[in-house]
Design a binder for this molecule. Structure first.
Ligand SMILES: Cc1ncc(COP(=O)(O)O)c(C=O)c1O
Length: 462
């Protein structure tokens, strides 16, 4: 690939845009240096929002617009990877939080009036969560769900997809690192139903849980395309037969339907985890499941699992979540937002076809990932296939194009289009149709301006 003309063109464009970025953002650069000097390890508290040469520092925001330290106002297509689904400081959340704050937001450490209201609304929407418990983050929710399965089954192993991400310390296979919780993990590739079912059967005696997102999983591309029904049904049956918990991590995918991606496919897990946007921007997480799996969280249960967490039901997050469920995320609002995402994805794909560009928009509903290749990455959700492998090109330029697109959108069009690592559009609800039109015209401009580079890449990938 050393002699790839496409890669040379992509490298040169990347360098040019990065130089422009450095020149345009001196205050963000200075703020990153200050963060490093302050003692924050590596200058960042969250690896996923760090990128070289330095990340943008945000100083103000409203609705779907964020302002950088250097005064650029960007239309936000990222929505903090889903935690910012309702844009910045949505009014109902502000009101609820102001009210909770005024009433003593720590409330002396006892129960508060919001938590049962939030629980009732969530268990109604997610029938798989007969019983529920709150946490502060999605990572904690997944940790609790896995640990519950280990305790209830008395078994020692869990199954994960290779490359899966279930939070700061729960990764699968190639993605796992030294900070991962030392679970005894078995790893399977996404999509190979025969191998997965065989692994579950062969390990039935030891296997406590299979934790997965009910969507495509891949270490670096986050396609978030809902997995085929037949495939998930086979996994459901295998887990039931083995007596291990099927855990759906819906921290992100729950946004795809009022009852989560599980209702899109009609497959019910034993336990479900959620998080991110339900707190309207405040910390939030929850895990739940059928009584059979969750009953031991009752402190009066003879075999109670002593589960706690100082801020699990903190009044601010609970008040915010109630406002979210009542005012910002009704089933109708959820369906309408995802329909808008579907329409935008289709418009992006139409535009890519018109330009003959090596680009496709993948995902489901309001989750869109741009993949810089023409060849199809995944089949259709209604396919009867049970294996559903990903076909992402290994051409290095395909992995570098997100940075070029991100810089270009930022510098020329004032859009925050994912990150330099991944053009991942997790659309906030506050984006207007006008914002979508402006984005499509910016994309068209990008495809025109970089036509030669993209043509070279398309030819080399054929
Ligand atoms: C699928 C999935 N699970 C779990 C998490 C962890 O959530 P949190 O960052 O709130 O701990 C994330 C966060 O990105 C996620 O995408």
């Amino acid at each position: 690939m050393k002699d790839s003309l496409a890669l040379r063109a992509v490298d040169a464009t990347h360098r040019e845009l990065e130089a422009e970025y450095i020149a345009a953002n001196p205050k963000s650069a200075a703020s990153f240096v200050a963060a490093k000097d302050s003692g924050i390890a590596g200058g960042t508290n969250r690896a996923s929002v760090f990128y070289p040469p330095f990340p943008l520092t945000f100083v103000d925001a409203e609705a779907a617009t964020v302002e950088t330290a250097d005064g650029q106002r960007l239309t936000d297509l990222l929505g903090n990877f889903t935690a910012g689904l309702f844009g910045f400081s949505p009014e109902p959340v502000q009101e609820a939080v102001r009210d909770a704050m005024a009433r003593g937001h720590a409330l002396g450490g006892g129960p508060n009036l919001h938590e049962a209201e939030v629980a009732r609304r969530l268990t109604e929407r997610f029938p798989s969560m007969e019983l529920i418990r709150f946490t502060m983050t999605g990572t904690e929710a997944n940790t609790y769900a896995i640990n519950t399965a280990l305790a209830v089954t008395g078994r020692g192993k869990i199954l994960v997809y290779d490359g899966a991400y279930h939070g700061a310390w729960i990764h699968g296979g190639v993605a796992a690192g030294p900070l991962d919780t030392p679970y005894a993990k078995l790893t399977v590739p996404y999509g190979d139903a025969d191998l997965i079912v065989r692994t579950i059967e062969e390990n039935a005696e030891d296997l406590a849980a299979f934790i997965l997102e009910p969507v495509m999983v891949n270490p670096t591309t986050y396609l978030k395309r809902v997995a085929p029904v037949a495939y998930l049904q086979r996994i459901r049956e295998a887990c039931s037969a083995a007596g291990c918990a099927l855990i759906f991590d819906e921290v992100m995918t729950s946004r795809l339907s009022p009852g989560g991606a599980q209702t899109l496919v009609g497959v019910t897990p034993d336990m479900t985890t959620i998080g991110k946007y339900f707190g309207g921007g405040l910390p939030f997480g929850a895990f739940g499941g059928s009584r059979a799996w969750m009953a031991r969280h009752d402190p009066l249960h003879p075999q109670t699992i002593n589960s706690g967490g100082t801020f699990n039901q903190n009044a601010l997050s609970m008040a915010a979540a109630k406002a979210v469920l009542d005012e910002l995320w009704s089933p109708a609002q959820c369906a309408a937002h995802n329909a808008r995402g579907d329409a935008l994805r289709e418009s992006i794909n139409q535009l890519a076809r018109q330009h003959g560009a090596p680009l496709q928009a993948c995902g489901t509903g309001s989750l869109i990932t741009l993949i810089w290749q023409r060849e199809a990455v995944v089949g259709d959700i209604n396919d009867e296939t049970e294996t559903h492998l990903l076909a992402i090109s290994t051409h290095p330029a395909v992995r570098q194009l997100p940075a070029i697109f991100w810089f270009d959108m930022l510098l020329r069009h004032n859009f925050l289009a994912g990150s330099p690592r991944l053009n991942y559009l997790t659309l906030p609800t506050q984006l207007t149709d006008d914002d979508f039109q402006r984005f499509l015209s910016a994309l068209s401009d990008f495809l025109t301006r970089h036509r030669d580079m993209l043509k070279l890449l398309a030819e080399e990938m054929e």
